[in-house]
Write a protein that binds this ligand. Structure first.
Ligand code: UN1
Length: 510
């Protein structure tokens, strides 16, 4: 399928409005910006940024929609999400290809990302018949106490280029069944995949008479994000991106006592025990390190290897890296596609310089690929360095396929190294020893939001709560009870007796 066919199948024109209230595209006076594909550096299409007037129109419509949408029974809202899941199934091929083309991840991963959307749709449909609150026994006779969950209102979703569509679905599908309305600001590096999602969903919104404004889109860079984060009418901002961006958002949203749900950087490690199945571990490490060209927040950035298997595993890793095919992500033979843009390439090169300057030992050399097929200048070689965990550059998340390896003698030491970084997203151990596995998962084990045994650090399923601690921001999205972040809890006490006893035994008569 040629890219022009994919674009037209998904309703993308040469120039597009970037502002929508669900079924209607608003024309704004905002400046146009281009979507460049890192596959070959060409311009895919243009998008008009959301200007201040367009933003106000969107928020006004979202507010009006909320007044109606919150009164729909949750299972009815779930039914809309069910139909959206069906539409995504039909469009999985085209949308997956566009993700791959606009963002640069391999086609398998592009399809995988759309599958995550389908999975979260299924999850949200089931959830729409749950959203449970507790009942609590009152200390007073003939009183009933319980809690219920109400929708928050407008949820602002700020997403990153690396998961250009799935992160929107984790947030919006759950928020919708909860009764919220959403305004999405996708990354300005991947605007077209967002437009495609809106085109896929709009017929379903129309057919179900969903109020206009439940699903809103604003497009552009930082200025547009700031309109959302500063807006007191947006009670929750769910943001995915760098720790630097997250700290800025948390400060602005915190200042107005809004809620933020943050999904920020990771610096994920895998511990390879002397009792690991090394062949299994190898696949976990290599996929974790080079998948999405090292641009997942869950990417494996560090491997901490027991001294007794260090040389063996190092050789296996180096040999596996020699087999990697770097090239057009739409070619199914490619393991690794391009980085998102030239800025990402510059950051990659800078980190390689930095690790060398700190004394890192280069095991597999990095570099930018040139020549036929690599014209965009965004294709880089996955590389490996032997380092100390304390190196400044190792403490830092570089969104690129640079893998750091290090040695340990005792498990406690390995766990301490794994935890000794500012970030706390994902972590893993490969071991067949039950005591080691349980130690890693215990209170004195990994300090991350995700801790796996005999599985790599990336590729989490949507059914669990996704997110991490420390500089990762503390938010939890997608499965488990993450839905609670999108609702407000209300405690209700109801007196069905014929007197008014006060709590804590207080006597008061008039
Ligand atoms: C991200 O990189 O922002 O666990 C999300 C994973 C994917 C999600 C990654 N399910 O790798």
């Amino acid at each position: 399928m040629h890219i022009s066919e994919i674009l037209s199948a998904l309703g993308i024109k040469e120039t597009n409005s970037g502002t929508s209230t669900g079924t209607q595209w608003l024309s704004t006076t905002g400046t146009e910006f281009c979507s460049y594909t890192p596959v070959d550096g060409s311009v895919l299409a243009k998008v008009t940024m959301t200007d201040a007037a367009g933003y106000q129109a969107v928020v006004g419509q979202a507010n009006a929609a909320f007044a109606e949408w919150r009164m729909w029974p949750a299972p009815k809202r779930g039914e809309v999400v069910r139909q959206i899941g069906e539409a995504l199934r039909k469009n999985k091929d085209a949308l997956g290809r566009l993700v791959s083309y606009e963002m640069g991840k391999s086609l398998q991963e592009g399809w995988g990302e759309v599958q995550e959307m389908i999975d979260i749709a299924d999850f949200a449909v089931g959830l729409s018949r749950q959203l449970y609150g507790l009942t609590i026994h009152s200390e007073r006779p003939m009183h009933r106490m319980y809690e219920q969950w109400h929708p928050l209102g407008i949820v602002g979703i700020i997403s990153a280029f690396n998961f250009p569509v799935a992160v929107w679905s984790w947030n919006s599908f759950i928020a919708w069944v909860c009764g919220d309305v959403c305004i999405w600001k996708p990354s300005e590096k991947t605007p077209l995949t967002a437009l495609a999602c809106f085109n896929i969903v709009s017929d379903i919104l129309k057919a179900n008479n969903v109020p206009e404004g439940v699903n809103c889109l604003v497009s552009g860079g930082r200025e547009v994000g700031e309109m959302l984060t500063n807006d007191v009418r947006v009670p929750l901002i769910s943001a995915t991106g760098s720790t630097r961006m997250g700290k800025a958002i948390a400060a602005v949203v915190g200042q107005r006592l809004g809620k933020s749900l943050l999904e920020l950087g990771g610096n994920n490690a895998i511990i390879i025990s002397k009792e690991a199945d090394l062949n299994m571990a190898l696949i976990g490490c290599v996929f974790g390190a080079v998948g999405t060209a090292g641009q997942r927040c869950t990417t494996t950035r560090r491997i901490i290897i027991h001294e007794s298997v260090y040389d063996t595993f190092k050789e296996k890793l180096v040999a596996a890296y020699q087999q990697l095919v770097i090239g057009n992500p739409l070619d199914e033979k490619s393991h690794v596609g391009p980085l998102i843009d030239k800025d990402a390439v510059a950051a990659y090169l800078h980190s390689i310089e930095a690790v060398k300057a700190e004394g890192g030992n280069e095991l597999v050399a990095g570099g930018v690929l040139e020549g036929a097929g690599y014209e965009s200048g965004c294709y880089v070689k996955p590389c490996i360095f032997e380092v100390q965990n304390s190196f400044k550059i190792v403490q830092h998340e570089t969104f690129a396929p640079i893998l750091y390896i290090m040695k340990y003698a005792k498990l406690e030491e390995a766990i301490a190294m794994q935890n000794d970084v500012p970030q706390g997203l994902s972590s893993a151990i490969f071991t067949l020893n039950m005591r080691e596995a349980e130690t890693f998962l215990s209170h004195k084990g990994s300090d991350c939001g995700i801790a796996n045994v005999n599985i790599g650090t990336s590729g989490a399923e949507i059914g669990g709560a996704f997110g991490g601690e420390k500089e990762t921001g503390g938010g939890r999205e997608s499965g488990s009870d993450s839905w609670k972040a999108y609702m407000r809890r209300q405690t209700n006490t109801l007196n069905w007796g014929d007197s008014l006893p006060l709590a804590q035994g207080i006597k008061f008569t008039v």
